[in-house]
Design a protein around this ligand. Sequence first.
Ligand SMILES: Cc1cc2nc3c(=O)[nH]c(=O)nc-3n(C[C@H](O)[C@H](O)[C@H](O)COP(=O)(O)O)c2cc1C
Ligand SMILES: CCCCC(=O)C(=O)O
Length: 381
Amino acid sequence: MASAPVSLDDFEQHARKILPPSVFGYYYSGADAEWTLDRNKRAYDSLLIRPRILVDVETVTTATTILGQKIASPICVAPTAFHGMAHDDAEKATARACASLKTCYTLATYSNTNMEDAYAAAKEKTKKQDPLHWFQLYVEQDREATKQLVQRAERAGYKALVITVDRPRLGRRLADLRNAFKLPKHLTLANFAVDESRSGAGAYAGGAIDASLSWKDIEWFKSITKLPIVIKGIFRGEDAKLAAKAGVDGIIVSNHGGRQLDGCPATLEVLPEIVNAVKGTKVEVYVDGGIRKGTDVFKAMALGARAVFLGRPIVYGLAYQGEAGVRQVLSLISYEFRLAMSLAGCTDINKITSDYIIPAEELSLAKSYAKYYPKTATPKL
Ligand SMILES: Cc1cc2nc3c(=O)[nH]c(=O)nc-3n(C[C@H](O)[C@H](O)[C@H](O)COP(=O)(O)O)c2cc1C
Ligand SMILES: CCCCC(=O)C(=O)O
């Protein structure tokens, strides 16, 4: 990069230039026509912020909690597979960056560093403090193996179990099909024993994901772990209500970054429905998908998210400068978020409400014209 990156999009441009096309294609792409991938981002553009002025913003507070634990800003890291293709330090670098910034990192089941080593790397960084890292689980047909993953995560120190529910089958990412994408030979799915089915194209297909996963299984998870449970991939109010009934602790509103069901709405569009469905319960609602700017974070918070999660920008930061690159991505968007709060005249993260925003359609010129100039004057000749 000619100059230091000044936006998260700069990291993406850099990754596009330096990564092999099939690797960038895997990180970047969405499913099918990438309609939902695009919509995730555009949804943020169709929501406008209405600032208050002459508010004393000398002090702005971005600290909050998730599942009862403190975080310095509501910007966390979503699980993404295969960090070893972006940087040789792989998930250790990501874990260290997140730990040093006291950000919640969700390690993916299909990581190139095993969960114990990734957690230990984070812990080294924070010295005595326990990093607030979560473990993302893909539920495989082999339930005994799945149980072992969960119990290893709990023993290693992970603070929550994030069960991904939007991938009973792998979505069709056309770039990967065209590139015949597979995991490079020197990398493995480090949470599993070395096995032909877990390398190359087999690794890309993932394990034998259990397509029969259903609500009754959540009870089973509660019986095998004391970790709080977060369900990733909830998309409708009815399902959010079922999640609350099943006793889960959190929901990540997600469409897997547009990589699974193409044609579904943007996550921001369904967020209010889900927040409303679990109002009055203990369930916390988070959102991911298309968040690239501090103002996007502000908008998600205004619609009721407790925190947001970033996917692709983290991998691009990793490709830029490893641990330091991930730190730069997180620091930059946290700075932008604080700035957005200051410029919107909001000093406290708990006070970012829907009062600050308006859908662009509501504010269309046609509508404001009709409201404030109700009658078209006939010029007198
Ligand atoms: C390269 C890549 C790999 C991903 N791997 C996983 C994964 O292993 N498990 C999972 O639950 N979600 C996975 N996701 C989805 C992310 O957790 C997240 O939902 C999505 O990336 C958020 O959208 P964003 O990339 O626009 O921020 C992956 C996404 C990408 C882009
Ligand atoms: C087979 C790779 C699984 C990671 C994943 O969920 C994704 O690429 O979206």
